[in-house]
Design a protein around this ligand. Structure first.
Ligand code: SAM
Length: 241
């Protein structure tokens, strides 16, 4: 998508609409177990959907994010001003020190748009993990791409008298990129919410981990530790030394 920058997907309007997804309790329980006494670092912390309830369990949680609008929302929430957040690109892991737990959830690893950036992220994570530390990645499994016709997808997300919302997506198999826009049509005009992702299969992520000196320690089909199998649409993967 020519002219696209990841920060465009997380401006003021998106930050203000950002809500819980419903998996927060299970995700926090899963992460708390691995964090031990902490500290923990969330890559792409956003508005603190996961970081705030994890910090409320008594664990120090730091964060990295590229969007000032998302971080402003985090800081405005109760307890949000207690968290140390670095503005920057999470592929760089631009923080000091080491962490018992580093995590990146909700498909956000795929917001790094090249294989190089994703490998760089794994390498920088490895440099900031304690020897017994864990790196947790939650992303979708790209198997749904097999069902696309002509590498495209359009869905009517909502049809109301005063607004129609469409999800428009195109797949580029050569770059492993998904170019998507959520389009709102209403009397107020047309609003576009573009987002681009570079997906990877679980096996490619495992190789990235090995390049970074990490290995897969466990993989589940969700935060509830459902087994990972051919029907899984997401995976929660834990890497360590
Ligand atoms: C889908 S949201 C997830 C936020 C939060 N982790 C959660 O689960 O609610 C993705 C977040 O990633 C951030 N982001 C995207 N690309 C980034 C990058 N290269 N470096 C740092 N943050 C990035 C966005 O600003 C946004 O806050």
């Amino acid at each position: 998508m020519k002219g696209y920058e990841p920060v465009m997907s997380f401006g003021e309007d998106v930050a203000q609409m950002y809500r819980d997804r419903g998996d927060e309790i299970a995700a926090v329980a899963f992460l708390e177990q691995l964090a031990g006494p902490g500290p923990a670092l969330e890559l792409a912390i956003g508005t603190g959907r996961i970081a705030l309830p994890l910090a409320a369990r008594g664990i120090r949680v730091d964060g990295v994010d590229i969007s000032p609008a998302m971080v402003d929302q985090l800081h405005a929430k109760p307890g949000g001003d207690q968290l140390s957040v670095t503005l920057g690109d999470f592929a760089d892991v631009p923080v000091l020190g080491t962490y018992r737990l580093i995590f990146v959830v909700w498909n956000t690893l795929f917001n790094l748009l090249t294989q190089d950036d994703q490998v760089r992220c794994f390498e920088n994570v490895a440099a900031h993990l304690t020897d017994d530390g864990s790196f947790v990645v939650e992303v979708f499994v790209p198997a749904f791409l097999y069902r696309l016709r002509h590498h495209q997808h359009v869905e009517a997300e909502a049809i109301a008298v005063d607004e129609v919302r469409l999800d428009v997506l195109r797949h580029d198999a050569a770059t492993q990129r998904l170019e998507e826009s959520h389009v709102s049509l209403s009397r107020a005009g047309v609003r576009l919410h573009p987002v681009v992702q570079r997906y990877a299969w679980p096996s490619e992520l495992d190789l990235m981990a090995r390049i970074a000196g990490l290995r897969l320690k466990g993989r589940w089909g969700g935060w509830d530790r459902a087994p990972f199998n051919a029907s899984s649409s997401v995976h929660v993967s834990v890497y360590g030394r």
